[in-house]
Ligand binder design. Structure first.
Ligand code: GDP
Length: 147
């Protein structure tokens, strides 16, 4: 069973889409193990998007990610990392497949709704970054993976 880190970005919060996006994850059969709203600061956004630091759009990403609080989720399930990336869709909503979260709710790359860890290694780092080992709960639903 894998666990992945998801952030519902400020456009999702502003547009009242938190529940819609979380529903997609739950409907797929993924389990929510952690859920919290948090205001990101410059340090955590810079660390999270460090690999984009030399891109011209880096300042605008930082501004975007701090515009409102975000919702962080720890989500688990069989093959959860790749599954959530499939549900999420391509980085640019214009290129995401219909039915994916970014296609269905996003219009431009400036507001692409959701962040999801892209590998097991990244997930481990990102879960620690946003949950710091606290407030991640394990529980049985009695039907895990078999909806
Ligand atoms: P992801 O894993 O699909 O989120 O994509 P990346 O890791 O490549 O990029 C991280 C985030 O940076 C994306 O989700 C976007 O919010 C932002 N981003 C990436 N490329 C661009 C771009 O060309 N323009 C703008 N404005 N933002 C971008």
């Amino acid at each position: 069973m894998e666990t992945t880190l998801i952030l519902l970005k400020p456009d999702t919060v502003e547009r009242g889409l938190i529940g819609e996006v979380i529903s997609r994850l739950e409907q797929k059969g993924l389990k929510i193990n952690g859920l919290k709203m948090m205001q990101l600061d410059d340090a955590i956004v810079t660390e999270h998007y460090d690999f984009l630091a030399d891109k011209p759009f880096f300042p605008s990403i930082k501004e975007y990610m701090m515009r409102t609080p975000v919702v962080a989720l720890a989500v688990s399930g069989q093959n959860a990392i790749a599954t959530v990336r499939m549900l999420t869709g391509a980085t640019n909503p214009q290129e995401a497949l219909p039915g994916s979260i970014r296609w269905d709710f996003g219009l431009t790359i400036d507001g692409n709704i959701i962040h999801a860890s892209d590998s097991a290694e990244t997930a481990q780092t990102e879960l620690k970054r946003f949950f710091k080992g606290e407030n991640i709960f394990d529980y049985s639903r009695g039907f895990d993976g078999i909806l």
